[in-house]
Design a protein around this ligand. Structure first.
Ligand code: CA
Ligand code: CA
Length: 213
């Protein structure tokens, strides 16, 4: 039975790969949510929330290749109290996606830019399906555009945790974005004919063994 399980896993992975032609969706405030996480260190958000602005500024880029000017209405600026401390963000995609690209719009001077982001990816059941540490480049100027990171995985991502730190306690950036395809629910993946035949054969073999014992 162990061989059969191995075959099933490989076949399912193959089907996911063949679904790569599915539509790519850019995830932003129209289809996902973001909030400040409880593991955010002590510090100050400076002018981030001035004028009624919210943390949704993280996901307000209209597309992955959008350019954003640095203003109080567009950026996030957190200053941690101590070195190594930082800002935690929690993303909820509302449903599972197979991610293909990560996008990050960094600030454009070393004094304030983000120097490291630790991403952790979780599926709908909150089981971890991947992690990634990114050391982003300085942003472009004057219009800030995204640096893209191609992802071979993770699959079936619904929740993402990001912890952002800066070498001098400053965390200033414009947006975090994700591109992916809707994951195919396992229950919707059809079993290929050959696999069904193998399953039938194995069942017969199991019955024969039990009779013998
Ligand atoms: Ca923004
Ligand atoms: Ca820096």
């Amino acid at each position: 039975m162990r061989k059969f399980l191995t075959a099933l896993i490989i076949t399912t992975a193959g089907l996911s790969a063949s679904a790569a032609s599915a539509a790519e969706i850019y995830l932003n405030k129209d289809n996902i949510t973001v909030e400040v996480g409880p593991n955010t260190s002590d510090g100050t958000f400076n002018n981030t929330f001035s004028g009624g602005n919210t943390i949704a500024k993280v996901i307000d880029a209209p597309s992955a290749d959008a350019s954003e000017n640095h203003t109080q209405g567009t950026h996030i600026w957190f200053t941690a109290d101590e070195d190594g401390d930082g800002l935690e963000l929690l993303f909820d995609f509302q449903q599972e996606y197979d991610l293909t690209t990560l996008h990050f719009w960094n600030y454009f001077t070393e004094v304030y830019d983000v120097d490291q982001i630790d991403f952790t990816f979780f599926n709908e059941s909150n089981a971890q399906v991947g992690s990634l540490t990114v050391l982003p480049n300085l942003g472009t100027s004057p219009g800030i555009t995204a640096q893209d990171y191609l992802l071979a995985a993770p699959l079936n991502v619904r929740f993402v945790t990001a912890f952002l730190t800066g070498s001098n306690r400053q965390v200033d950036f414009q947006n975090i974005g994700f591109t992916g395809q809707l994951s195919i629910p396992v229950s919707d993946v059809p079993l290929p004919g050959a696999l069904v035949m193998m399953l039938t054969g194995l069942a017969g073999f199991g019955a024969f063994k039990r009779k013998k014992a």
